[in-house]
Design a protein around this ligand. Sequence first.
Ligand SMILES: Nc1ncnc2c1ncn2[C@@H]1O[C@H](COP(=O)(O)OP(=O)(O)OP(=O)(O)O)[C@@H](O)[C@H]1O
Ligand SMILES: [Mg+2]
Length: 268
Amino acid sequence: MTPGRETSDLVLQATGLTKRYGHVVAMDGTDFELSRGEILAVVGDNGAGKSSLIKALTGAISPDSGEVFLDGREVRFRSPLDARLAGIETVYQELAVATELDIAQNLFLGRELRKRGVLGDVFRQLDKAGMRRQAAEHMKNLGIRVQSIRQKVETLSGGQRQAVAVARAAAWGRKVIILDEPTAALGVRETKQVLDLILKVRDQGLSVVLISHNMPNVFEIADRIHVHRLGRRVAIVEPRTTSMSDVVAIMTGALKPDDMRSAVLARS
Ligand SMILES: Nc1ncnc2c1ncn2[C@@H]1O[C@H](COP(=O)(O)OP(=O)(O)OP(=O)(O)O)[C@@H](O)[C@H]1O
Ligand SMILES: [Mg+2]
């Protein structure tokens, strides 16, 4: 743990997470710490175990061992829905948008608004107009341009689909937003919009986890950088005091974090 960092500053934490698939070790006793109100970037080579870590934190996979804590209390999410109900919104690397539904329906998926009904909750009709109105307003506030909120997501470009997924997370996240490669398919303008959105979300007091291979993006917006290698966290660095080339060297094993004064060595 970073010196001086109180446990109560941590919104999401994990210790000793492991996960094996046969002979493949996806997580090898990794730790994780996300502070309140920070943007934490998670970087690492392909196959280092970043997505597995995120999935274990959010109930998409169950780790073989290790613990996860939200606000200092141990949690065992059995599904991503469990994590969402607890205030953690995730955009997984394999995008979870329902392509046959339109943009508004995607934004409200699983949380549909219903009209006030006289027959009780069971028979209440969907408030489609209300959802479309709110969805349009939300997309506009985020600066995401789409022709129509009623456009089916399967007709959107890859970048636009990604924007819808990020918009949904930003709309509903109460504590933590986790984005696994949110700008991978985006052009320059859309990437900037997503980065601006991440900063906006952080400034509203939420905590953000950003997995990205784009080092300039990471260095532009992250408060801290968690470096992952061979299934575990090997260092936490601050972009202000560390160079991009040093981070890449830690990722690839060319530089040991204990050779650097600015890197906080993860507990092993
Ligand atoms: N369901 C699975 N079955 C078998 N092996 C898996 C499974 N999920 C992940 N792995 C393996 O675990 C390791 C870590 O994968 P993971 O997807 O977490 O890496 P990553 O850091 O997210 O990589 P990338 O940067 O390419 O997205 C890889 O070797 C991968 O092949
Ligand atoms: Mg991944």
